[in-house]
Design a protein around this ligand. Structure first.
Ligand code: ZN
Length: 219
């Protein structure tokens, strides 16, 4: 096992890009893994590749499109659905919820990491995120960490640098890492597939902009 390497689950969005540079600061060798899971905006993957290249880290992509075929009703993968603003009244989850997404991503990432002799995994999930996705919670990540170790008889450590911080603090972390401009202009968070500042009105853009404004005001 190589103790100075980390594998980052990398989408090319604000959160995982911040985590990529966090990993670069803390580990000698960083490997970024992106996933194609049937998301509407495959530009996401192109941008992820570009950012990883600019960051000087190894990058790979895996096609796990079967995830979107397992369940219906997610507006990120179903082209017939509009992406709604947050969750509708009475619904358990927002329309952007892809059941099991992080379970699959982290499990696949762990197997890949094992192949590469890497035991540190990094993911940009956050419990303070507005979405309330259950597989972004700390309890889930800790539970899966134990399960992965038992499943492969390994000692993986899943790092979640953003777990307890909000969007404004995530911008602060990017600034601290010297990549605020890169994150602001090159990442894709927008549900309508527009990089950088995005469309400006979808829930992801709103959250991102409000966080940036809050951070800049606090500087
Ligand atoms: Zn948007």
């Amino acid at each position: 096992m190589n103790y100075d390497s980390a594998l980052v689950v990398f989408s090319g969005g604000q959160d995982s890009t911040t985590c990529l540079f966090w990993a670069k600061k803390h580990f000698k060798r960083v490997y970024a893994l992106s996933f194609i899971y049937g998301q509407k905006h495959e530009l996401e993957v192109e941008l992820a590749k570009k950012i990883a290249c600019e960051a000087g880290v190894e990058w790979d992509v895996m096609d796990v499109s079967f995830i979107s075929q397992l369940s219906t009703g997610c507006s990120l993968t179903d082209t017939s659905l509009e992406i709604e603003a947050e969750k509708a009244e009475g619904d358990a989850f927002p329309s952007t919820f892809v059941p099991g997404r992080n379970l699959f991503f982290l499990s696949i990432a762990a197997v890949r990491a094992r192949e590469l002799g890497i035991r540190h995994l990094v993911t940009g999930v956050s419990q303070t995120d507005f979405s309330g996705y259950p597989d972004c919670r700390d309890s889930f990540v800790k539970s899966l960490n134990v399960t992965l170790n038992l499943a492969m008889d390994e000692q993986f450590v899943i790092h979640t640098p953003l777990m307890w911080i909000d969007k404004a603090q995530t911008w602060g972390l990017a600034d601290e890492l010297g990549v605020l401009e890169l994150v602001r202009t090159q990442t894709l968070t927008c549900y309508n597939g527009i990089p950088g500042d995005g469309c400006g009105h979808c829930p992801a853009c709103k959250l991102r902009r409000e966080g940036l404004e809050k951070y800049l005001a606090s500087k």
